[in-house]
Every structure is written in C-alpha cells, then in structure tokens.
Design a binder for this molecule. Sequence first.
Ligand SMILES: Cc1ncc(COP(=O)(O)O)c(C=O)c1O
Length: 414
Amino acid sequence: MLSGCRPATGTAAEELDATDPIAFLRDRFALPDGVVHLDGNSLGARPVSAEQRLAIAVRDEWGTGLIRSWNDAGWYTEPARVAAGIASLLGAHADEVAVADSTSINLFKLLVAGARLRPGRTAIVVSDHDFPTDRYLAESTAELLGLELRAVAGPDAATDALDDDVAVLALCHVDFRTGAIADAPGLTAAAHDVGALALWDLSHSTGALDVDLAGWGADLAVGCGYKYLNGGPGAPAYAYAAREHHAGLRNPLPGWFAHADPFAFDPRFTSAPGLGRLACGTPPLLSLLGLAEGVASLRGVTPAQLAAKARGLTGLFVELVDRYCPEVDVASPRDAAIRGSQVALRHADAYPLAQALAARGVIGDFRAPDLARFGFAPAYIRYVDVVDAVATLRAVLDGDDLGRPDFTVRTAVT
Ligand SMILES: Cc1ncc(COP(=O)(O)O)c(C=O)c1O
C-alpha cells in the first residue's frame, strides 16, 4: 500500500529535508548505511569527531602524557567546559550546570540536597509513571531523611499531592513510554505556590526539545548524556541548580572532587563555591570526552530549532502510521505541542515487531508490555528516514516475521 504512494510521499519528504534549517547537523554523525536509527532516545548516534578525539586521548594523552594530561591536556577543567555547552541547550547559565556521575546518582544528590533546602517539610512528590530509577531514588531519599513519599499516577495528578508539607516535586519532563510532555512551567509554578522546589529529569528532552529552565523557573534538574546529547554508552550525566540555590546546596555525596581545593587533601570538607560542589570523585575522562564531542555536534542550532524538527518528524511518522498501518495504535499524544521526540506504537506483538524492524535496519526498542518505541533525534534523522521506517513497518506487518521464534526471545537489553 505504502509503496504505491511512496514516490509522492518520498518527494514530499525530500522537500522537507531540502528545506530543513538544521539538516547540516547530520554530517556530524557516523551512521551505518542501510540503518534508520530511531533509538537516539536510548543511545545517540556517534559523532564523527568522537573517534579521533578518543583515539588522541587514549594514544597520546593517556599513552604519552600519562598523569600530566590532567593539567596539560585540560582533563581537569573538561567537566566545566562540557557543562557550559549543555547549559546552552537548557536555557541555563554556564555556572548552573555540573557534569558528573550518572543521572541516577545526580538525582539522588539533588533529591537530598533539595529536601534539605526545605527543612521542616516532610514529603517528596513523584510520579509512578516516570522512569523507575527516579521513583527508587526518591523512595531511598525519603527513607534516609525520614520523609513521606507521595507517588502519584502521572504528572497531571501531581498538583493534587502538593501542599505545605512538600519539600520537592520531582518529575520527568517526558514520559519515557509514551513521549507525553509534562507541563513543566505550570507544575513548577504549582510547586512554588506551596513553597516546594521543582526538580526535572530532562533525560528525554535535552538536545531534542525546547528546554528553558530559566523560563520555567525550575529549581533543579538532571539528565542523561548518552541519549540526545550523543555522548556514547554510559556517558556522564548533568545536574542543574538555579543560582539562587547554590549557596545552600549540600551534596550528600561530597567526595574530594566536590571540595573547594581537592589537592589540599584537607581532612575537613569545605564545599567548592559553585556547582563544582555537585561532583563526587574523579570524572570518567574518556566518557567525558565522548560527551564533549556529542554536545559539540549540536553547536550552531537552538533548542527551539531542534524541537521544531522533532515535531515535524514525529508528526509525519504519526500521519503515515495512521494512513498505512491502521492496525497499529499510536500510544503517544497526537497533539505535537505535548509530544516529545518519540512515538510509541501499541501492538500485541510489540517485541517481535521491534526485533523484525531492527533486522530490516529500522532500530527502535521495546517497552513492556506492548509498546514499540521510536525516537526521532532531530539532529540526524531525516524526513526520508521516517518514510522508510513506515514502509518497513508495513512490510513487517504484511510478512511472517512476527511469528518467527527467534524474534520472541527476549534479550537482556530491550
Ligand atoms: C528518564 C530517565 N531518567 C533516568 C535514567 C537513568 O539514567 P542512568 O542509568 O544513566 O542513571 C534514564 C535511563 O534511561 C531515563 O530514561
């Protein structure tokens, strides 16, 4: 069916690519031939420059420079440089962002630090629909600090759980399953109305959506470096705190890298003056250099441009799936204004569907129980890729692949 309409659709998509103001970014990424990578919301593509940068770091800086490279190659100051690049994608000042550790660890630090900024308050509000690590760490924080955990069913239910007892409202900006965008400005304002702080997990937003932490009035935020920031597997994460909170912000994992002068080797802890205080131990330098290339690969475009392209790509995907694959349900919002840079399709055989598509070069992923999920990284996905992905989806639905036993065997990472 799609193939009959494809020349027309393909031409329209080619035109969209030809007039895409950020199309030039794609050349900065090394994408394998014959693959449509619709999983940049799990692991971003590799920046072309990362190969050479990491080779230099391994061969010359580590191999020859050895420990001298902490000074001579700028390793020691690299986290602050990468943080400044990420800040420009967050609507934040450079000194409001730190790069360190994983998103999970940064969440823990900011949940504890945020609760301590609101002494006397007794509750944390989270959503059960959010990525589980957020819930687990809020639960652990509540247990350690003797707080009540209020877990609501989705961000829309959060306002009802807010009252004068709440210290922190911690939510994901984008629902990791459906891609639905939470009302960050509205929920931040609601948290502030009761005197609570708002902490946003931006893992599925930064590098793909129009994040504006200053405009939202957000207090704290965290996010992943390996998704739309293209930092590579296990790249370090970032943490944000608005300037007004810096002086009182106490890192619950104050390792020596959070000290004002780590090489004084002072037995007493004195916090670094700025957000350097959110560090813990030695940064994972090689991964950090990968993240530096990932962030640099987005230079020259604004978050608003990335978000506009994301809406265009996901909108075309939804339109074509509706038209050519009506037996598959679109589980993501149809309103582009509240849809992140991903689309989830609901299907009884979602797991074999994702496997069959991947075998044909269209890489998405699976989220239990019945979602095949597709991320559209605006930096390197083209409109013609969307058309190819839907044509491949149609071909899989028309063939016998969903019954193939090897496509039903669950891999460790889905
Ligand atoms: C929304 C969200 N938050 C947190 C995490 C956890 O990140 P990490 O495993 O790097 O700590 C993920 C991982 O996919 C995520 O999607």
